[in-house]
Design a protein around this ligand. Structure first.
Ligand SMILES: *[C@@H]1O[C@H](CO)[C@@H](O)[C@H](O)[C@H]1NC(C)=O
Length: 146
């Protein structure tokens, strides 16, 4: 008996071919992507906020973020083992003040710990939030010329 000879058999063979092709071309469950968002809400200076974020193996680079603008960077975090992903950011509203803090590690954002995480740089401090209602963490500006 040859299943290729019947039309049901042909459909079956095509279905198997489709399954084999789809596992080749469609990526299997890819790692989650996490976004960290930094809002510039600093009003005391008209200078754009200098935002520089990095992890042990990824330097996102320094970016100037204008007032009212949100700057986003994305990454695929490693959540287990010795090389768990952790990002730091240094923010400078001008040449004299800075805030340096852990911007993301697993658990930020609540839930499964891989939700987007928001930092609002304001005149008083940098406030970390998982949503608009909460403030989980604050880092005050530090004088650079100690
Ligand atoms: C932005 O800054 C203003 C003035 O300091 C403040 O009232 C407001 O709550 C800030 N907005 C956010 C989203 O943090």
């Amino acid at each position: 008996m040859n299943i290729r000879k019947t039309s049901a058999g042909r459909v079956f063979v095509l279905f198997i071919v489709f399954l084999l092709l789809s596992t080749e071309t469609i990526p299997m469950a890819s790692a989650a992507t996490v976004s960290v968002i930094v809002h510039n809400n600093v009003t005391y200076t008209s200078r754009p906020l200098l935002v520089h974020c990095w992890s042990s193996d990824d330097d996102v680079g320094g970016k100037y973020v204008s007032f009212g603008v949100e700057y986003t960077f994305d990454f695929e975090p490693v959540l287990t083992g010795d090389k768990k992903t952790k990002y730091w950011c240094n923010l400078e509203p001008d040449a004299s003040w800075q805030a340096y803090f852990v911007a993301w590690e697993h658990g930020y954002g609540g839930g499964d710990g891989i939700a987007p995480y928001y930092w609002y740089a304001g005149d008083d401090a940098v406030h970390g939030r998982k949503d608009s209602a909460t403030c989980d963490d604050s880092y005050t500006w530090e004088w650079k010329h100690k």
